[in-house]
Design a protein around this ligand. Structure first.
Ligand SMILES: NC(=O)c1ccc[n+]([C@@H]2O[C@H](COP(=O)([O-])OP(=O)(O)OC[C@H]3O[C@@H](n4cnc5c(N)ncnc54)[C@H](OP(=O)(O)O)[C@@H]3O)[C@@H](O)[C@H]2O)c1
Length: 186
C-alpha cells in the first residue's frame, strides 16, 4: 500500500536548511549517508515540494541556461506548491499547484500507482500533509551539526499520540537515520 513519506535530512537541532536556504552544512559530507536513497526512491511514484525547495534544485542543480545544466533529477511526476508563476524544466513532469494539499494528494496517489508519495519539503509543507491526516512516515537523517536557526524540520506540535519509532540506522560516524510512523488518534 502506498505511503506518504517525509524523507529529509536535518541538523541535530532540527533545521533542514540554514536561514539563507543553504544546505552546505549537509553537502560537506558528500555521498556519506545516502546508501539507502536508491532503495527509497525506487519505491516513490510521486513527489511534492514547496517553491523554495524547487528553486533551490533549479538554481543549484539543474542550472538551466548555463554550461553546467543538468536534467531534472526525478523521473516521477513532481507537484510544486506555489502561489507564483515559476519556470518549469524542459523534459520534466512538473505540475505547479497551490492551496489545499488534500486535493493534490488524491491526484498524486493516482499517479503513484501504488508506489509511495515523497514529500521532499519544506517542513511546513510536510506539516500541511500532516494537518490533513495524510502523512504516514517521517524519515529523517540527522547530520552531526547544529545551525542555531534556519528552516524548521516539522513546525507542528505532534505530542499525543506521539510518533512511533520504527527503525534507527547509523551511517559511519556521521549520520543517524530515524524512521518514525505517524500514529492516528483513535
Ligand atoms: N535538508 C534537506 O534534505 C532538505 C530537504 C528539502 C528542502 N530543503 C531546503 O529547505 C528549505 C525549505 O524552504 P521553506 O521552508 O521555505 O519550504 P518550501 O516548502 O520549500 O517552500 C515554501 C513555499 O512554498 C509555497 N507553498 C507552500 N505550501 C503551499 C501551498 N499549500 N500552496 C501554495 N504555495 C505553497 C510558498 O511560497 P510561494 O507561494 O511564494 O511560492 C511557501 O513560502 C529550502 O531551502 C530547501 O532547499 C532541505
Amino acid at each position: 500500500m502506498s505511503k506518504t513519506q517525509y524523507y529529509t535530512a536535518s541538523s541535530l537541532d532540527g533545521f533542514i536548511a540554514d536561514p539563507n536556504h543553504s544546505i552546505d552544512w549537509l553537502l560537506q559530507f558528500g555521498e556519506e549517508g545516502t546508501d539507502d536513497y536508491a532503495e527509497f526512491i525506487a519505491n516513490v511514484g510521486a513527489i511534492a515540494m514547496g517553491s523554495s525547495t524547487y528553486t533551490w534544485i533549479l538554481d543549484q542543480h539543474v542550472r538551466p541556461g548555463t554550461e553546467h545544466q543538468k536534467p531534472w533529477p526525478h523521473t516521477q511526476p513532481s507537484w510544486i506548491f506555489t502561489s507564483r508563476t515559476l519556470p518549469s524544466v524542459d523534459g520534466a513532469d512538473i505540475r505547479f499547484v497551490s492551496g489545499d494539499v488534500a486535493k493534490v494528494h488524491a491526484e498524486m496517489l493516482e499517479a503513484a500507482k501504488g508506489k509511495n508519495v515523497w514529500v521532499v519539503g519544506g517542513g511546513d509543507l510536510a506539516g500541511q500533509f500532516h494537518d490533513r491526516g495524510l502523512l504516514d512516515e517521517v524519515i529523517v537523517t540527522i547530520a552531526p551539526v547544529t545551525l542555531g536557526a534556519g528552516k524548521p524540520l516539522l513546525p507542528r506540535s505532534i505530542v499525543t499520540p506521539p510518533l512511533r519509532l520504527v527503525s534507527t540506522q547509523a551511517y559511519g560516524s556521521v549520520f543517524a537515520q530515524l524512521r518514525y510512523e505517524i500514529q492516528r488518534a483513535t
